[in-house]
Structure formats: C-alpha cells, structure tokens
Write a protein that binds this ligand. Structure first.
Ligand code: BGC
Length: 498
C-alpha cells in the first residue's frame, strides 16, 4: 500500500525536523548584517522574564488544571474544560478479532487505516494505511465538500483490500472514526461538533452529528460501511496504548493541537446522570486546549490570539501546541527586527506573513550546534527572507528556546494536574504504582527539546519519589489502531467479552 507523503500546505502540520532536508545554505557573501546583540538584549531579557515558568507557577497551573477538571465534572459548562464523556467505558482487552477500519481527521492530514486483529494470540496480524493532506480550501469550505473528500478517500482505500484481510460474510466493514475536534458525544457512535479548532473553519458542521455527516457522504458515494465508534484522537491513543499495557491511565496529544484524556471513576462524575458503566469507569476527554488559568502570556500571545479565527478560545493550545509555537516566535522576531534591526536592513515582507515560520523550523534551528549557526542562517533566509549574522542567529535560537521551554513545561504541569486529581480521588492509584501516560503527536515525537522540558517539569513537580512511578511514553500505534480497536469493542457483529 502506498503511503502518500505528508506534504501539507497548511500552517498546522508538524513534521520532523530533518537536517538532511534543510534548505540550501545561505551564501556566505550575503551576510552583511552588523552586530545587533547589544540593542536586542533588553527585549530578549524581557521575553525570558515574561515566559518564565518557575516551580511555583507550574504548581499553580497544575492545581488550577485539577480544579478546573473537578468543576467541569460537576456541572455541564462548569469550567473552561468541557470534560466530555466519551461513552468508552471499556478499553481493549486483547481479545478483539476481525477486520476493522479507522479514519482519522484532526489536523492537516487525513488518514485511513485497516487492521486485521487476531485476538490475544495473533494481536495485530496486518495493517495498512494511507494518508492524504487536506487541501487548504477544504478547511474553509462547506461541510459537504469536506465529508465528500473524506468519504472518497476512504472508498479508494477500501477498494484495494489485499488478501491479508478477511471480512466475514454477512457483515459490513466497520469503522472507528477519529474526529479530533471538540465533540459532544451523544453515544459511542454519534456526537455533535461543538466548534472547529486548529485553523479549520468549515461551514455547516458545528451543531451537527459528525457521524451523520460522514454517513450522508458515504451514501452519496454508495459506500456501504458502518461507523461503530466515534472517538477523539486522545481517546484513540489511550485505547491503542492500553491494548499493549494495562498501566496506561492518561493519554496526551501534542501535535498541531493538544488534548488530554484519562480514565475516570463513574462515581467521581457528578454531572453524569443515568450512565451505567459495567467497568465502573469511563474515559473523559478533557479538551484541555481550552484551559486558560495562570498562564504566563505575553503581548505576542495576545496579539496572535486576537488575530486568530477563534479569539479568546483554546488559550492553552495556543501556548503549547505545534500550530502556534512558530507563529509566536515569528511575532517576537518581527518586533525585534522592526524595533532593533535584528536582521539589519533586510526586507521584512516575508517575516511579516502570519504563520510563515513553522514549529518544525524552530526545531531545525534548535538542532544547529555549529559555531556560526549556518543552518539557522539558512532557515531564516529561506523561510523568513531575512539575512542574519551569527549574533542575531544566537538571539533567534534563544527566542525559540524561550517559547518552546514555556510550552513544554506548561504541558508537563498540565499532565501533573491530571495525575494529581486522579491521585487525590483514590490515594495510591497513581503514585503508589506504575502509571503510564501515553503521548502522541508530532510536536512530542519530533521536538527533543520540547520533550525534555516537559519531562523536567513533571519531575520537578512530582518530586523524585512519585516521579519514578510515572512513565511518560510515546504511544506505539497512535490513535489509529486505538480507533479500530474501539470499533471492534463496539462492533454490531462481534462480542469480545474476556
Ligand atoms: C481539539 C481536540 C483534539 C486536539 C488534538 C484540539 O484542537 O479540540 O479535540 O484532541 O486538538 O488533536
């Protein structure tokens, strides 16, 4: 099966910072920028101060996260955190068998996957997937256009099912639909889109059941498949990770956007009425991207938020996730260029373009260990259209590091907030034994400095004793297999009780 390369046209994607594919080097003779280190220093110092995340601040953020979780569980609309019920009450057991599909819409790429599950013995017998970038115009088009595009991608993929995959006669192909936007679930296989995030602004979907939107598009194409689970990517990640490891209790997405979900006891959810769960627990999708308390924000964050398509919303997401880190840095650099001629007399047209600098560019610049920061110079020149001398480049790297450090450490504080809340409810359940936090998303996967800052903050907050029981681990399969497993667990045709 071919895997289309993920060359997304959009601002939201996050690809690995591969040094081998770095832009062509800036010719040395073009560098004629005078030294600017001295005049820019006050701005850098101020930025560092404004973005600082000392331990007391992190502790405050973790506490506020835990308090917001409780408030969101108490009553609908009780806090910034929606604390959405996923209707996933039982996680994969390993007994799941058969052919299942997963469809993943959540960032700038759309993924389809099929998996043949072989139960406890066979586990994952075969998988195939395909990935296509979502054309930018569809992110701003109509609901019908977007779902038609998805359904036709799915139809094409389903046509080429090889002989490693077997569908029992008399059954339909079942799909786990990962839809990574805030959805008010109405059952395990239906849910209403609350609003778009991550730069999507598709008309006609908010307020509608997204499974119905997909079903209608499949009908228009004559594609006879059945959605048996609608899941958020964080929930899919939790399910996928739990399939391999029983100690997984929390899943975090750090990619274009961000989110967290965790296993909650049903009796700790006051707003829950008439929901019976045989396991006594359920998965809560926190939608933590909407968290906003106690964050160290700067004028650059505020300006970016004001210019966004969702001002005042998703503030945590705008501070810590891959879609926004590059844009915050761009805004800082533009100010330094305008106020203090950081890039000499370079023309600032490109650097003035929103989202021209992407988080993978920051990542690539931070991997440059050369004395004169040649890679940084090339990226600044090729991506942002500015010339730089080594001291300006040093400042650029410092700005990247400041913004990335703030993001990683705040993400770490958020994780501790969740663990803290769970531990407060049942002493020993988290810190008294091994607890795994499953991580997924390109930002976490591909940005080493971000990962380090995140785990340092977790250890600082928890202290060595508790921290040694908490394992923060990149999830092996991501949300795709997890969604397929949840489709299996909720299949109309099979039952997998252990
Ligand atoms: C969405 C979440 C999603 C997260 C990560 C956020 O913008 O609101 O539903 O899980 O991005 O993809």
């Amino acid at each position: 099966m071919s895997v289309t390369a993920a060359t997304s046209p959009s601002v939201g994607s996050f690809h690995p910072c591969r040094r081998s594919t770095r832009p062509a080097a800036l010719p040395r003779f073009r560098i004629s920028v005078r030294s600017t280190a001295v005049s820019v220093t006050p701005l850098v110092t101020e930025l560092r101060k404004d973005c600082a995340t000392p331990l007391p601040l992190l502790r405050h953020v973790a506490d506020a996260m835990a308090a917001d979780m409780r408030a969101g569980l108490a009553v609908e609309g009780g806090s910034d955190l929606k604390m959405i019920l996923s209707y996933v009450d039982s996680l994969p057991t390993g007994n799941e068998k058969g052919l299942f599909y997963a469809l993943d819409l959540g960032g700038t790429n759309f993924r389809v996957l099929r998996v043949q599950l072989g139960g406890k013995e066979g586990r994952v017998i075969a998988t195939e997937f395909d990935q296509v970038p979502i054309p930018k115009d569809l992110m701003f088009g109509t609901s019908e256009e977007l779902f038609d595009f998805i359904a036709s991608g799915l139809a094409k993929f389903a046509q080429n099912e090889g002989n490693k995959f077997h569908l029992p006669t008399g059954t339909k192909r079942e799909i786990g639909f990962t839809f990574s936007f805030p959805v008010k679930q109405t059952s395990v296989d239906s849910g209403i889109l609350i609003k778009w995030t991550k730069g999507f602004s598709v008309s006609g979907t908010a307020g509608r059941d997204v499974v119905a939107c997909l079903n209608e598009a499949m009908e228009r194409l004559g594609l006879d498949m059945r959605v048996s689970a609608l899941v958020n990517d964080a929930v899919g990640t939790l399910a996928g990770a739990r399939y391999w490891d029983d100690d997984v209790m929390v899943a975090i997405i750090l990619g274009t956007g961000t989110n967290a979900c965790y296993v909650e006891r049903v009796d700790a959810i006051p707003k829950l009425q008439d929901h019976a769960s045989s396991s006594g627990s359920t998965i809560i999708n926190t939608e933590w991207g909407a968290f906003s308390k106690g964050l160290p924000l700067t004028e650059f964050d505020r300006d970016m938020d004001a210019a966004s398509i969702n001002p005042g919303e998703q503030i945590f997401e705008k501070t810590i996730s891959g879609m926004y880190l590059g844009e915050i840095v761009r805004r800082v650099l533009l100010k330094m260029a305008q106020a203090d001629e950081l890039f000499g007399d370079s023309i600032l047209e490109k650097l003035s373009t929103p989202f021209v600098l992407r988080t993978p560019d920051l990542c690539a610049m931070q991997q440059d260990t050369s004395d004169d920061l040649q890679d940084v110079g090339s990226i600044l020149y090729n991506v942002a259209g500015v010339e730089s001398n080594p001291s300006a480049r040093k400042i650029v790297v410092e700005v990247c590091d400041t913004i990335v450090k703030r993001g990683g450490r705040l993400a770490g504080a958020g994780i501790v907030g969740i663990l803290q809340k769970m531990e407060e409810d049942s002493k020993g359940v988290i810190f008294g034994k091994r607890t795994v936090v499953a991580m997924d998303g390109g930002l976490y996967e591909n940005y080493p400095q971000y990962r380090t800052y995140l785990s340092e903050a977790v250890t600082e907050l928890l202290g060595d004793d508790s921290a040694k029981n908490v394992v923060i681990e990149h999830s092996k399969d991501g949300s795709g297999i997890g969604a397929a497993l949840l489709a299996a667990a909720n299949s109309k045709y099979h039952s997998y009780d252990s």
